[in-house]
Design a protein. Structure first.
Length: 392
């Protein structure tokens, strides 16, 4: 759905108002939730506002799509039943058997599994590469019939920062499209389309929904031709978000800016605390001046986000001990909710890439810092660290 030209410019104002006009019959400030699977026609083919059948269009989903487009600075957004459904539909829309995808060598395990094990059977090839090495990316792109260059920045879970504008140049010089997974940063902190990306993908389950109560995904683009192709697959394949999921996602999205400020501030404090701990081998957070991508992150992000990864000198056992000893941080999959979560990627979110070059270090934990009082987050980590053996 196209974003509204009349929407005010400020991010938080757009988040609250884009696609959210009051209901004209009653004046309800919150648009109604539309559950109907089909719509009455004024004679054969006489559609009211273009609505015919729930798979093809739903007012609640359309409102979310307008909201997403407005916040990412795109012309069109498409909402799906999950992040992977969004990725799958987008890849099917924009590639054909024989095409190639060049992606980061620390990509999310689910994305790699989809591209390698599902779409690989359809004839889509892939090459993982270090996205910070532009020469290596260019070589990988040139070596195959590359259609998509795919990057996460910050990456999951190694928190690498990639120069979106430079990577867009590499992709476009080779006739490829740049896809940016903006899940970790969210539209509040980073807008890849403005930096030259062609497609933005989100797991809206994470920061956009923000409350760990809804699963969804989204694609945002600016190019009308890409929009038409993706919109057709959304309709033809039908992996759309349901009305209740769209409603919950819209509600979460309205407070994204407020939440991301708190997520980022908490993560910065946690990262700085971790950096002082003798048990820690490395803290991976772009808000730290010691992070190799710090200066670049300052240029292309508003703040540094709520995700922190930490590696332990005591190896796998130290990471497992801490992961299983917290109470404010909950050991669970996913991220981006108002509550703090802790993840052991090697056996959880990234288990599908064990044994590959995308494998995650076994001494690494991924922290999704929520919006709790930061003193409580640090106290929780302090008591978990106290269970480590001296020297570990």
């Amino acid at each position: 759905m196209s974003s509204s030209d009349s929407t005010p410019a400020g991010f938080n104002t757009r988040a609250v108002h884009a696609g959210q006009a009051f209901e004209p019959r009653t004046g309800a400030v919150v648009p109604p939730l539309h559950f109907s699977s089909t719509y009455a026609q004024d004679g054969i083919g006489g559609l009211r506002s273009g609505y015919e059948y729930g798979r093809g269009g739903n007012p609640t989903r359309d409102a979310l799509q307008e909201q997403l487009a407005a916040l990412e600075g795109g012309s069109h957004a498409y909402s799906f039943g999950s992040g992977l459904a969004a990725e799958d539909s987008m890849i099917r829309a924009l590639t054909r058997p024989g095409d190639h995808i060049v992606l980061g060598n620390d990509a999310y395990g689910g994305t790699y599994r989809l591209i390698s094990r599902v779409l690989g059977e359809w004839g889509i090839g892939n090459t993982p590469v270090d996205m910070s090495d532009l020469e290596a990316v260019a070589a990988a792109v040139a070596a195959n019939q590359t259609r998509l260059v795919w990057v996460e920045t910050p990456s999951n879970p190694m928190m690498k920062i990639t120069d979106i504008a430079a990577l867009a140049t590499v992709a476009h010089d080779a006739g490829a499209l740049l896809v940016v997974d903006n899940t970790f940063a969210s539209p509040y902190l980073q807008n890849p389309l403005a930096l030259g990306a062609d497609v933005v993908v989100h797991s809206t389950t994470k920061y956009i929904g923000g409350h760990s109560d809804v699963v969804g995904g989204a694609i945002v683009v600016n190019d009308p031709e890409l929009a038409e192709k993706i919109g057709f697959v959304q309709f033809a394949v039908g992996a759309v978000s349901g009305p209740m999921d769209a409603f919950l996602t819209t509600r979460g999205l309205k407070t994204l800016g407020v939440r991301m400020d708190r997520h980022s501030d908490n993560a910065q404090a946690v990262a700085e605390w971790l950096l002082q701990r003798p048990e820690v081998e490395a803290v991976l957070y772009p808000g730290l001046p010691s992070h190799p991508g710090h200066e670049l992150a300052k240029k292309q992000m508003k703040k540094f986000g709520g995700m922190v990864s930490v590696q332990f000198k005591g190896g796998e056992q130290a990471a497992r001990t801490v992961a299983e000893s917290t109470s404010v941080f909950t050991l669970a999959e996913s991220l981006g909710g108002i509550e703090s979560l802790m993840n052991y990627p090697s056996e959880m979110t990234h288990a599908s890439v064990k044994g590959t070059e995308l494998a995650v270090p076994e001494n690494l934990l991924r922290l999704s810092c929520g919006i709790e009082d930061v003193e409580d987050l640090i106290a929780d980590l302090e008591q978990a660290f106290s269970r480590l053996k001296p020297g570990s």
